[in-house]
Design a protein around this ligand. Structure first.
Ligand code: SF4
Length: 332
């Protein structure tokens, strides 16, 4: 399958400044050498706890935040976004769009829904006034809204409907890749399913690829073809969604999966919840060796001594764990 995006060794370090003179005193390594590919027509789920760097990584891909280092190669042309000026980047911005987490704050309350959805079309000068109106109506209908909704303001809509407006706006320029940053985490569970189903339908209709960022593995498994699990700024496991869910290879993935509730009470009773001790370590001073070792129930001496990188295992997954071949971990 052709690749639409190749991310290589992406880093984002935020400088820490202290004192009156604001002297630099180290870095917070929010994203620390992340690499992954996205194929055309694929949904890649990017998961991890809050603060693991997944949102920062997503924003670096679009240069909404400037990466510190790395390559972001887009399309068959393999244009490196990190090497372009903002002006050079503009034509590519049409091909990669973002859906934001909070449908309440991501829409301008003073603009009508029609103007919100039409704004990218005006800014990029892709259609005249009458064409724009037709396109906006089509977009609203594609996301389950109606023509009359064009003249209403965001406050008149529920959370799920506002997220539909955000999705319509993201689709306006006919992108090839959408980065969806926790698009359902602020919605009720019943509405979450509707939005996930809508995203699946739109993927077919608009021939999209997605990077789906979330902290909830149950949501990601539902929509993803492959999953990359992040911990403390690094990817610790990548595999097909089904494999990650049923046969995790990294202890951190196992802990995330153990927290996913099962609808069947019989199955739920037979499962062991793995509670991680302590908090996520300080990303400005990460532990030596495996960053996960202070919280890992399987850690041995080697874990705190030797650095790790993602390795391809015999089963085809990519894992950053010294003991990946020896552990037998609990899936679902
Ligand atoms: Fe746990 Fe060691 Fe594997 Fe890290 S390398 S996840 S500490 S077993």
């Amino acid at each position: 399958m052709r690749k639409i995006l190749q991310v290589k060794n992406l880093k984002k370090y935020f400088p820490i400044r202290r004192g009156i003179l604001q002297k630099q005193a180290g870095y917070v390594k929010a994203v620390d050498g992340v690499s992954f590919d996205v194929h055309r027509g694929e949904t890649l789920g990017l998961v991890g706890e809050s603060g693991c760097g997944k949102t920062t990584a997503g924003r670096c891909l679009m240069r909404l935040i400037e990466p510190t280092d790395g390559e972001v190669l887009f399309g068959e042309e393999q244009i490196d976004f990190c090497q372009l000026t903002q002006a050079e980047l503009k034509p590519y911005r049409r091909r990669i769009q973002m859906i934001f987490q909070d449908p309440y704050s991501s829409l301008n309350p003073r603009m009508t829904v029609g103007d919100i959805v039409a704004e990218p079309l005006y800014v990029n000068q892709v259609s005249n006034r009458s064409e724009t109106e037709d396109r906006v109506v089509n977009l609203l209908e594609s996301v389950g809204l109606q023509k009359d909704d064009m003249r209403r303001y965001p406050h008149a809509f529920s959370g799920g409907q506002r997220q539909r407006i955000g999705i319509a706006r993201a689709l306006a320029l006919r992108p090839e890749l959408i980065i969806a940053d926790e698009p359902v985490s602020s919605l009720d569970v019943s509405i979450q399913a509707q939005i996930l189903n809508l995203l699946e339908e739109l993927k077919e209709e608009f021939q999209l690829s997605y990077i789906f960022i979330a902290h909830d593995l149950s949501v990601v498994e539902h929509i993803s073809d492959r999953i990359a699990v992040m911990y403390l700024g690094r990817i610790v496991e990548t595999n097909l969604a089904h494999e990650v869910y049923h046969h995790p290879k990294h202890p951190y993935t196992e802990a995330l999966i153990s927290a996913v509730p099962m609808p069947d009470p019989e199955i739920q009773r037979g499962r062991k919840r793995i509670r991680l001790e302590g908090d996520v370590p300080d990303p400005s001073n990460p532990p030596l060796g495996c960053h996960f070792h202070p919280r890992c129930g399987y850690a041995t001496d080697i874990c705190s001594r030797e650095e790790l990188r993602l390795e391809t295992t015999t089963s085809g997954s990519e894992v950053a764990c010294h003991l990946h071949d020896e552990l037998s971990l609990q899936g679902i």
